[in-house]
Design a protein around this ligand. Structure first.
Ligand SMILES: NC(=O)c1ccc[n+]([C@@H]2O[C@H](COP(=O)([O-])OP(=O)(O)OC[C@H]3O[C@@H](n4cnc5c(N)ncnc54)[C@H](OP(=O)(O)O)[C@@H]3O)[C@@H](O)[C@H]2O)c1
Length: 310
């Protein structure tokens, strides 16, 4: 079995070692634009943000496996052979990391660390009462491989949790809303809005000023799906004028976030550089080996639907 590999910005030697360990009989090659061996046709392409030339000359692919959960960049790549099945990683350890990230944001605002920070600057000793989690209704946008874990876990920890997805869900302790017709009801009265949505034709600019205005006035936004889901200007204006208490943002329309962005200067906003959940190599490689075994055995696998965009 032949595997062609390319992962932009990743620790490629680490990936290759882990893959070779998991698939000892496979011939695994790191893509190199200078090496053009027309006789070497890969069975599987394992990719993260490959260059346009990656697929040139590859005519025998059984599947393309995206080395992350987000498929917006691979779907946007014009040279991707559209007739080859596309798979993506599902959780593979990322849900736990996103959960940690979301918990950090909820603790920061829920336990008033934002206020204590300001108190420290003012040299002001001011203990505050600890509020109840019951007073923090949370809305989770996206209830897929990652969002479902986050929603069920936070519900089990005492938050009132609702989720919003394309299709209805049955998750323990979580109220489910689905489709554009239920978005307003889902948002009404949320104090924490957590986005774990992919960027698709339907989700881009989904959350603007109208949608944010449905949240509680001291609400907080945590965004770790894709930045395109939010109207960044509307979010920035609400944060600037105190019509939202704060936000923790990991993903943006443009990454890296340009130095000229006004977001950098907002005091009630915490910015992180798309680090909520990098792909964990060892568990990802186990999942990839499982996908390949299923395909080789003729078993069904769950595919990305390019029409839906995720
Ligand atoms: N910041 C980071 O480090 C990081 C790390 C990992 C992933 N991510 C991002 O997180 C996203 C989610 O990952 P995942 O593995 O949970 O993806 P997933 O399993 O594909 O789940 C996507 C969820 O979004 C919902 N959805 C998609 N389009 C929708 C629409 N038009 N209306 C309503 N709901 C819609 C889906 O609804 P259904 O359930 O009804 O299909 C599903 O619940 C990824 O696409 C990626 O962009 C970010």
């Amino acid at each position: 079995m032949k595997i062609l590999f390319f992962a932009k910005g990743e620790d490629n030697p680490h990936w290759l070692r882990a893959l070779q360990h998991q698939l000892p009989d496979a011939d695994i090659r790191l893509w190199d634009e200078k090496e053009t061996d027309a006789a070497w046709q890969a069975d599987y392409a394992l990719v993260w943000k490959p260059p346009v030339e990656f697929f040139h000359g590859q005519h025998g692919l059984k599947a393309i496996i995206n080395l992350g959960a987000g498929v917006d960049s691979i779907l946007a790549l014009q040279s991707r052979p559209a007739d080859v099945p596309l798979l993506k990683l599902r959780d593979a350890g990322m849900a736990q990391w996103i959960l940690d990230y979301v918990r950090y944001g909820l603790l920061h605002f829920g336990r008033d660390f934002d206020h204590y920070r300001q108190d420290q600057v003012a040299k002001h000793w001011h203990p505050r009462e600890i509020g109840s989690r019951r007073d923090w209704p949370l809305g989770i946008l996206g209830a897929g491989a990652i969002g479902a874990v986050v929603a069920e876990t936070l519900a089990s920890e005492g938050y009132p949790v609702r989720c919003w997805s394309r299709t209805p869900k049955q998750l323990d302790g979580v109220e489910s809303f689905a489709g554009p017709g239920q978005l307003a009801d889902f948002l009404d009265g949320c104090r924490g809005l957590i986005s774990i949505l992919p960027a698709t034709r339907e989700t881009r600019y989904l959350i603007g000023d109208d949608q944010l205005s449905r949240m509680q006035a001291d609400g907080v936004v945590i965004s770790c799906g894709r930045g395109e889901v939010f109207d960044e200007q509307a979010l920035a204006d609400r944060l600037r004028y105190g019509r939202l208490r704060g936000a923790l943002l990991d993903v943006f329309h443009q990454e890296p976030l340009p130095a000229t962005s006004e977001l950098w200067g907002l005091k009630n906003l915490i910015i992180t550089p798309h680090i909520a959940a990098p792909t964990p190599i060892v568990t990802a490689v186990e999942q990839i080996a499982g996908y390949i075994a299923q395909i080789e055995n003729g078993e069904p696998v769950s595919l990305v639907d390019p029409a839906l965009g995720y």
